[in-house]
Design a protein around this ligand. Structure first.
Ligand code: ATP
Ligand code: MG
Length: 423
């Protein structure tokens, strides 16, 4: 039997890959405008990085990691997310020695062993940013506004931006106690996962999608209720700045994020139309993380968005540009001599940056014309025995059906002119 790709992975084929390029290009452009620079880190890291940086109690570390022993018996893990890796690089590559804060972005594949379903893959792709070395509220607001502006540029509609503050360690300790207190009598109503979370990470119970857990937490103390003065001021500033940037958001006091290292601001963006996996972006502040992985105390803020889910949202809202053929012309050379002459023409045009191709199957004129037209190519450059003899090139406009004859010697110049005119 033919070998198949692993479950939860995808082949991105021509026709689809152009959509990815469009999305990635838009992301890169927005990052440039906001002054974020790209970082690339390895696809795999020491397992311990994620255990410490993502947190032992998280779904990611508990059940979703692709972990293996390499031939040197070192435990390695395919990266399930980027924040921990970027923080590692910040420490290891001494980015704290550069002007602060550093504003980084990344685009690339992540790996999680999850149950594949619509909007959930085992290899998926994230675009994200991390800002390290500044604790100011304006950092959080700038990051969320970047997300907002990216979605505006893509034309996305019916976005829901939820914002919350989960507080610092002090607020969270207080909240944790109040929440456990509140849930003690309701503990039996919780799902198995949440019974587990009760001791280790009760905050996450607020975030559980199970209807019983949602019912059990109605009226539960939220993180907003226990914010200290510093966290409360910070949150107020973030909201004021978001308003100033024109971001339409909603404060959702139940929003908590899956990762242990979040402090203060947490946010998520949803598009309901794409189904159960409606979160297209999530992020927040993580002031304790760099220290957690052995670096100097460093405040941080970041987010990550799933490219597959953003593309799904663009698709249901009909916002994807059509992938057009990028070939300007197809050279149809008939016979060996014509092919040699044509090949040099082709090379001159390509040197000028004009996308042109040649039939690789040595087919008949009629077949080649048909195939060029089907591919959406604008011009056919026809070079047969007769043309060779007369030292001319026949240029046929496949859209209009018109054709002109130009001397071979000026053909390159002529085609460059046509290309620059955009016809
Ligand atoms: P979810 O609750 O959907 O599992 P998460 O909290 O695990 O999301 P994050 O770790 O915050 O997600 O990742 C940020 C974004 O990456 C998500 O909002 C989503 O768009 C995307 N994402 C996460 N896991 C997957 C996956 N398995 N397949 C596709 N996209 C994903
Ligand atoms: Mg998840």
């Amino acid at each position: 039997m033919a070998i198949q790709r692993p479950k939860g992975t995808q082949d991105l084929l021509p026709g689809t890959v152009e959509r990815w390029q469009y999305l990635e290009e838009t992301m890169r452009n927005v990052c440039r405008e906001y002054g974020y620079e790209e970082i690339r880190t390895p696809m795999f890291e020491a397992t311990e990085l994620f255990q410490r940086g993502v947190g032992q109690t998280t779904d990611i570390v508990k059940k979703e990691m692709y972990t293996f022993l390499d031939k040197g018996d070192r435990s390695m893990t395919l990266r399930p997310e980027m924040t921990a890796a970027v923080c590692r690089a910040y420490v290891e590559d001494k980015l704290y020695g550069r002007p602060q804060p550093v504003k980084l972005y990344y685009i690339g594949p992540m790996f999680r062993y999850e149950r594949p379903q619509s909007g959930r893959f085992r290899q998926f792709h994230q675009f994200g940013v991390e800002v390290l070395g500044a604790e100011q509220a304006v950092v959080d607001a700038e990051g969320i506004s970047l997300v907002w502006n990216l979605y505006q540029r893509l034309g996305l509609n019916r976005l829901e931006v939820h914002v919350n503050s989960v507080g610092c360690l002090v607020c969270r300790t207080k909240h944790r106690a109040q929440l456990q207190d509140f849930l003690t009598t309701r503990r039996d109503d919780l799902c198995r996962d949440c019974q587990d979370r009760f001791e280790r990470n009760p905050l996450r119970i607020l975030d559980c999608k199970n209807p019983n857990c949602q019912a059990a937490t109605i009226g539960a103390p939220t993180t907003c209720d226990t914010l200290c003065e510093d966290c409360s001021t910070h949150f107020g500033r973030v909201l004021a700045l978001l308003g100033a940037a024109g971001v339409v958001y909603r404060v959702n006091p139940r929003l908590v994020r899956g990762l242990d290292y979040y402090t203060k601001t947490a946010f998520e963006v949803m598009v309901e139309e794409i189904g159960a996996q409606s979160a297209i972006c999530g992020g927040g502040r993580y002031d304790g993380l760099v220290e957690e992985i052995g670096g100097p105390p460093t405040p941080g803020f970041g987010f990550a968005m799933g490219l597959e889910r953003v593309l799904a949202a663009l698709q249901v809202q009909n916002l994807l540009p059509e992938g057009k053929s990028r070939l300007f012309a197809m050279l149809i050379a008939l016979g060996e001599k014509a092919q040699i002459e044509g090949f040099s023409l082709l090379s001159a045009l390509r040197t000028q940056g004009i996308p042109v191709s040649i039939d690789l199957l040595s087919r008949s004129l009629k077949t080649q014309l048909k195939s060029a037209d089907r591919q959406g190519v604008r011009y056919a450059l026809i070079l047969g025995e007769e043309e060779l003899k007369q030292k001319v090139l026949l240029i046929r406009d496949l859209t209009l059906g018109e054709q002109t004859m130009v001397p071979l010697i000026t053909a390159v110049k002529e085609i460059i002119k046509m290309y620059r005119r955009g016809v």
